[in-house]
Every structure is written in structure tokens, then in C-alpha cells.
Design a protein around this ligand. Structure first.
Ligand SMILES: Nc1ncnc2c1ncn2[C@@H]1O[C@H](COP(=O)(O)OP(=O)(O)OP(=O)(O)O)[C@@H](O)[C@H]1O
Length: 228
């Protein structure tokens, strides 16, 4: 039986005078990957921000099974190129929620940081500056930072956009592995192939949920023709 990590009921959210999500009722399963799919402007990033707790809903309820802080990996363009940070420092920031920014990392923290870099294949880049990496390398570093948080709920906004096939496959395989470890992984994506490989899928159009379930049942040819 599927365990529900997050349960949203009649959730509404938006910006100033612009309502975006409307009457959204959906479940995010534990130990599974969930793809959030929909056209530009359909509300995918807004939904992720609501799940991350950084954007408060204006109506409805959101129930979490576990109370740890969610990890939110934003699109790589949202992270400044100019920050003078190495890859190791960037991934270590994932431990701040556990230690605070001014406390020294413990041996356990350093182990988690090394393990997270290893999972994403960026350990050999550890002493490089974030700003001098390629887009795909940076994106893998940001996902490693997310993993270092050891959150139960991982939210990734378009984690594979603009990446080559190898980098896409490496991120997809990490998402499957961390889901198998018991986490709930949610990714907003325009990559229908990646969405189809997910365990669960939410299809959004104009802020409304028009399909939820197994990708093969939601992303049918007729649904895709209708939406795009
Ligand atoms: N900070 C903001 N202030 C005002 N409106 C916003 C803001 N962010 C997003 N919106 C609006 O909310 C709507 C949903 O945007 P959102 O970014 O959630 O969609 P999306 O499905 O993630 O789009 P995309 O596929 O283009 O990334 C859009 O109409 C957008 O213009």
C-alpha cells in the first residue's frame, strides 16, 4: 500500500492579485518519485514553493507525514554565478539546517557531504569554484547540496533542463535511489520521458490539477494533445 508523505486538500495559492493554484487536492507518495507536469505558467514552480513552505497557501490544508524541513533545489539560473564558493562549500551548506552556518561541521556532516558529492559524481570537482563549472556540473552540485540535507521530502524544480543525456540519466537515477531509500521526491519537469519514468504524476493546467496517478494513465496521447 502507498504511504502518503504530503496530502493537499483544496489548496489555493498565488501572488498579489494573481491567483495561480486553485482547489488543488493531491497526494505525494513516500518512497516514490512524483513528476509535476504542465505547460509554461501552469503553476508547477508555485506548487513546489507551497510544498517547500516558502510560499504560503491562501486556502486549503497541507498535511505532512514527517516534520523535517523539506529540501528545495531551485532552477540553476536562480543561483548566482558570482558567489565565491567552492563545490565542497556549496554542498556543505546543505548541513546548515542541522548545524547552523557558524558552527563547525562534525565528522558525520563531512561524511554526508562526501557521500552526497559521490552520489552525484562531483567529488573530483570539490575544490573548484561553483561559478567556473558547466551548467550540468552546477546542477549536479545543487542536487548534491539537496541530498546533504537528508530531508524526507525533496523538491526539484526542473532538475534536468538543459542537461545532456548522461547528466539527465545520472540525476534521474539518483532520484530513483533516494526514493528507494524512503524519501518522497517531487520534480517539476518539461521532460516527458523523465515524467513517464516517475512513479506518480500530477498534471497541471492553468493552476488546476487535471490528472493524478501513474504516468501511463495520466500522460496519455489524448491528454497530451489536449494540454499542449
Ligand atoms: N513572483 C511572482 N509574482 C507574480 N506572478 C508570478 C510570480 N511567479 C510566478 N508568477 C505567475 O504565476 C503563474 C504560474 O507560474 P509558475 O512559475 O508557478 O509556473 P510553471 O508551471 O512553473 O511555469 P514554467 O514551466 O514556465 O516554469 C504564471 O502566470 C506566472 O506568471
Amino acid at each position: 500500500m502507498t504511504t502518503c508523505e504530503v496530502s493537499l486538500r483544496n489548496v489555493a495559492a498565488g501572488y498579489a492579485r494573481r491567483p495561480v493554484l486553485r482547489q488543488l487536492t493531491a497526494s505525494i507518495p513516500t518512497s516514490a518519485t512524483t513528476a509535476v507536469v504542465g505547460p509554461n505558467g501552469s503553476g508547477k514552480s508555485t506548487l513546489l514553493s507551497v510544498l517547500a513552505g516558502v510560499h504560503p497557501p491562501t486556502a486549503g490544508t497541507i498535511e505532512r507525514r514527517r516534520s523535517s524541513r523539506p529540501c528545495f533545489v531551485v532552477q540553476r539560473s536562480a543561483v548566482s554565478d558570482t558567489l565565491p564558493l567552492t563545490v565542497r562549500e556549496t554542498v556543505s551548506m546543505g548541513r546548515w539546517a542541522h548545524r547552523g552556518p557558524w558552527r563547525r561541521l562534525t565528522a558525520e556532516d563531512r561524511g554526508v557531504v562526501d557521500h552526497s558529492m559521490g552520489r552525484l559524481g562531483v567529488r573530483e570537482l570539490a575544490s573548484r569554484q561553483l561559478g567556473e563549472l558547466s551548467g550540468g556540473q552546477r546542477q549536479r552540485v545543487l542536487v548534491a547540496q539537496g541530498l546533504a540535507q537528508e530531508a524526507d521530502l525533496i523538491l526539484l524544480d526542473e532538475p534536468t533542463t538543459g542537461l545532456d543525456v548522461a547528466a539527465r540519466e545520472s540525476i534521474a537515477s539518483v532520484m530513483r535511489d533516494v526514493a528507494a531509500d524512503g524519501m518522497a521526491v517531487v520534480h517539476a519537469t518539461h521532460d516527458l520521458a523523465a515524467a513517464k519514468e516517475s512513479d506518480h504524476c500530477l498534471l497541471l493546467v492553468d493552476g488546476r490539477l487535471i490528472g493524478e496517478g501513474k504516468p501511463r494513465d495520466v500522460l496519455t496521447d489524448s491528454a497530451l494533445r489536449e494540454v499542449w
